[in-house]
Design a protein around this ligand. Sequence first.
Ligand SMILES: [Cu+2]
Length: 296
Amino acid sequence: MKPNRLFTSMFLLVFVALGACSPAASLPDTSGTSIPGKSTQEVSSIPTVEIDALDFSYTAPETLNAGWVRVALINSGAEDHLVQFLRLNEGVTMDQFLEAFQQGEGPALALVNFEGGVGALAPGGSGQVIINLPAGNYVILCPIPSPDDQIPHVAKGMIMPLTVQPASGPLASEPAADLTVTLRDFEIDMPETMPAGLVTIQVTNEGPEPHEFNILQLEEGKTIDDFQQFMNAPDGPPPFSSVGGMNGLAGGSTGYLEYDFQPGTYVAICFIPSPNNEGSPHFTLGMIEQFTVASP
Ligand SMILES: [Cu+2]
């Protein structure tokens, strides 16, 4: 190829690329304006990190900046997945964490701080949360067991180290919320009905144990009793599907769940085990609520 020909091709490429981009670029930026009373600038100034969940690994950046960050998870796998951010305690290495994990969930969780994440999503699902990450060494992982062999995904490779470096430049401000959900040992304090459509929910954990606000959508006509029955004695397909939520937050911390509610019946639930109660999951101790989303 002659030099002038190359130049022409490059020019054409750039021209075509610009042409393809300009219609989108000239559209007004509508991101964040669908929530009344919310400042667009505030929403758009929070950086977004995209994480892809696969069977059984993550595609995610290795480094993030400290501060408020929007975590957008897509489940590209064939099983349910979530992403939990765990900050390793000062001086704890990933290897030490993995070693502790061999001894059980309890010893491993004693070495980390729960920093939130996106709750369990069915295959093809997506969800997003806004969490405030302090600088430090992290792991992200999925503890969900496979339905066929009951082996947790984390043991199949669904764990990844991640570094959160001290922020440089201005910090994004904390988002504004439309609704509040409060978690504590052992209850979920929340409205009995949620509005249809896009809402930002402030999720605060008053502790002392770590808690999560995971959301399950019940099949048409099913109730929380059907859910309980299934958990006690699984028989046939589950009467619910996993539709995201806020994953584990340490006691005393707050995160935000950006959620687009469809009409239906739901269960809010915390699956985190309690070390003070023989490892019983929190929902068996009271952290489970049914709620509805009415048609708009
Ligand atoms: Cu809990």
